[in-house]
Write a protein that binds this ligand. Structure first.
Ligand code: C5P
Length: 225
């Protein structure tokens, strides 16, 4: 049978992409399918965890036996993750959170004006939820895991990001036209603050999820409740 090494644990997983509205009918979005985060939620539940899945845009059905909270924007994702994280043993940020949002939300649909160029869209930064969770060590023993999708210098950028974000583990993968986003397969290296680097060969997103929980479980503080 499956190891029940997450029994008595509460884990929070974010998944999918956020959408930042420009007006009532338009948004800035990204290509995240949510598949990796959903695989993490399913595998954690199978290993005995109580799972809260905070889901951005995705076409996937809610996994059985998991508490699913559907959100739209990065701001909503932040609110739901921070609330669920209050009593969590681990938080895994697999969501593709928009780094920027339109500075202004137009309450009415933006219209094209005859003979006029469109107005430029000004963007502002969204809060970095992963960095915020990592900086908040008020609740000792809560493990924080991030994801990094890189197109070049994958390992070097990953190592720098692990240090910059301050999380405990970072799953680094290379993204490209046929890699990671939307696909059912993934290939990655999982970096830990203790210097260990665990390569995960190309394979189903479930396999990567199980390898991540293999690394998370022994790092959790105290016994499960
Ligand atoms: O900095 P970058 O966007 O590459 O970092 C990716 C990691 O940070 C992912 O784990 C993602 O969920 C998280 N993130 C976040 N808040 C943001 C942007 C990214 O938590 N505003």
């Amino acid at each position: 049978g499956l190891p029940q090494d997450l029994a008595g644990r509460h884990v929070v997983v974010s998944a999918g992409g956020t959408r930042e509205p420009l007006d009532p009918v338009r948004y800035l979005g990204n290509r995240s399918s949510g598949k990796q985060g959903y695989a993490l939620a399913r595998t954690a539940a199978a290993r005995g965890a109580r799972v809260t899945l905070v889901a951005g845009n995705t076409e996937l059905p809610d996994p059985a036996g998991v508490d699913v909270i559907h959100i739209g924007t990065a701001g909503q994702l932040r609110e739901s993750v921070l609330k669920a994280a209050a009593d969590a043993d681990a938080v895994v940020m697999a969501a593709a959170v928009a780094d920027f949002r339109p500075a202004v939300y137009a309450p009415g649909k933006i219209k094209k004006q005859e003979g006029q160029e469109p107005e430029p869209v000004t963007l502002v930064r969204n809060p970095d939820i992963l960095a915020e969770l990592s900086a908040d060590r008020a609740r000792p023993g809560r493990l924080v895991v991030g994801f990094a999708a890189e197109t070049d210098d994958v390992l070097a950028n990953g190592r720098a990001k692990l240090a910059r974000k301050g999380c405990d583990l970072l799953v680094v993968n290379e993204v490209g036209e046929h890699k990671a986003f939307g696909s059912a397969e993934n290939e990655a290296v999982i970096l830990a603050t203790d210097g260990t680097e665990t390569p995960v060969p190309y394979g189903p997103k479930e396999a990567l999820a199980d390898t991540l929980w293999d690394l998370v479980a022994p790092r959790l503080a105290g016994p499960g409740r």
